[in-house]
Design a protein around this ligand. Structure first.
Ligand SMILES: NC(=O)c1ccc[n+]([C@@H]2O[C@H](COP(=O)([O-])OP(=O)(O)OC[C@H]3O[C@@H](n4cnc5c(N)ncnc54)[C@H](O)[C@@H]3O)[C@@H](O)[C@H]2O)c1
Length: 438
């Protein structure tokens, strides 16, 4: 099948590469010319395990090409997938300007029947709105159908998720278009869930809002655990063994971040508001998450009293491991706050330092050597559970530091490991470990 993917970000690039891998002829379009030039040289602009290898394999076997020219991409396409960003505006609503711009280009260049699939996360009614927009502006007299196909891949495991997803959600009122999009995904061998367009659009927001709710819920439980002397890790394990609850997304920490949960939860609150429903529960989920980013700072203030002049080593900057994505990462808020409190901040991350430099406070300094970052520090903050961070020897690390004090926002170590290392160790939802000076 001839497939065109518009937008080569985390979703578009991974999807394009995976469609090529299962045998389709894929053209990826992006307006960012630097990105296209880089992709043509076989360099992935994002860090995603196995992406670059699979991309190069398919470029070399002629299944995958990149262009910034809409005409090249759209003219012959049987399926056109829209995977551009839908960031949130100031008021939380999804900004559809990139999707609208794609619609204008499709209307200009489409010459024969194609199925237009929206993969971007878009508010309910957007597929209908974009379909009407294209129809109104069509230059050539042709037919097309719209299909909503929300994307559920997770950064860090995006390739694996594309081949092993739990379901492929497809929403459309055209059975012809649905059959074509089912055929497109056939080789993935993943069950389809077919529904109407509005329900498909809603499934994506509802799924992300529910997962965000699980995270804020366990973070609230964590706060209570700290006060009553329970261990949130055990509480989550014990809860998760109940199949009705499930073990995933019950990891207490400094909250969710990234390019999806923060914006999609805010957008759903707005979608509800537009139909006069106050989504009180989701507003609380968002509020809890914002508060949770302060958890380590509060612990550090209560330990030291004052953070001015303290040298704080930050381990991990990306919003989660195995990605270089800094969008809505907790590290942005935390490093800003530490600097405003007078601390000096030095940061380590195994892959995202170049991205971090563009958005973190300019007073943050960086180093790719984890031991040098911890050297002479008053304390360490762990913000991302990269393997490289989980594998540090706490005892050795403690000896490098001025004070062996750890504030772990991702519960990377057991309390026993912290006790054995003779460090002061503060984590989320568990008792503090304090050195014994006897
Ligand atoms: N990132 C994720 O993990 C994830 C997961 C599921 C769903 N989504 C959704 O998928 C969509 C894309 O997310 P992303 O993270 O891949 O975005 P992204 O910001 O990484 O990439 C978007 C790409 O679109 C390009 N673009 C913008 N306007 C364009 C235009 N008019 N024509 C061609 N290209 C254009 C940009 O240059 C960029 O390369 C969003 O709606 C997001 O909510 C993202």
């Amino acid at each position: 099948m001839k497939v065109t993917v518009i937008g080569t970000g985390y979703v578009g690039l991974v999807s394009g590469v995976c469609y090529a891998e299962i045998g389709h002829e894929v053209t990826c379009i992006d307006v960012n010319q630097d990105k296209i030039a880089q992709l043509r040289k076989g360099k992935s602009p994002i860090f995603e395990p196995n992406l670059e290898e699979l991309m190069n394999k398919n470029i070399h076997n002629g299944k995958l090409q990149f262009t910034d020219n809409y005409l090249d991409g759209i003219e012959h396409a049987e399926v056109i997938l829209i995977a551009v960003g839908t960031p949130c505006k100031q008021d939380g609503t999804a900004d559809l300007q990139f999707v609208e711009s794609v619609a204008a280009n499709i209307a200009l260049y489409i010459k024969k029947y194609a199925v237009i699939v929206i993969k971007s996360t878009v508010p309910v009614g957007t597929n209908h709105y974009i379909g009407e927009l294209i129809k109104k502006n069509l230059v050539h007299d042709t037919d097309f159908d719209m299909v909503s196909n929300p994307e559920f891949l997770r950064e860090g495991t995006a390739i694996k998720d594309t081949f092993n997803g739990d379901r492929i959600v497809l929403g459309s009122d055209s059975s012809k278009a649905l059959a074509i999009v089912e055929e497109l995904h056939k080789q993935f061998n993943i069950p389809y869930f077919l529904t109407d367009t509005r329900s498909a659009e809603m499934i994506k927001y509802a799924a992300n809002a529910f997962l965000a709710t699980k995270i804020s819920f366990i973070n609230e439980i964590a706060k209570i655990c700290e006060k009553v002397g329970a261990n949130v890790e055990d509480v989550a394990l014990g809860m998760g063994k109940d199949k009705r609850i499930g073990e995933h997304f019950l990891k207490a920490g400094i909250g969710y971040g990234g390019s999806c949960f923060p914006k999609d939860t805010k957008a759903l609150v707005q979608i509800a508001g537009n139909v006069e429903h106050d989504f009180e529960l989701l507003r609380s989920v968002i509020k809890v998450n914002i508060g949770q980013q302060q958890a380590l700072i509060e612990k550090a203030i209560s330990y030291f009293g004052d953070l001015s002049e303290k040298k704080i080593a930050i381990l991990g900057l990306s919003f989660k491991p195995n990605t270089d994505d800094m969008r809505d990462a907790a590290s942005v808020v935390i490093t800003d706050k530490l600097i405003s409190l007078g601390a000096s901040v030095i940061a380590y991350d195994p892959v995202t330092i170049e991205n971090a430099k563009k958005i973190l406070n300019p007073r943050v300094t960086f180093n790719t050597n984890i031991n040098e970052v911890m050297y002479d520090a008053d304390c360490v903050f762990i913000l991302t559970e990269w393997d490289q961070i989980k594998q540090i020897d706490l005892r050795v690390a403690g000896r490098l530091m001025k004070n062996p004090v750890f504030f772990d926002g991702r519960n990377c170590f057991t309390l026993e490991e912290a006790q054995r290392a003779e460090i002061d160790y503060f984590s989320i939802g568990r008792s503090a470990v304090i050195r014994n000076f006897d």
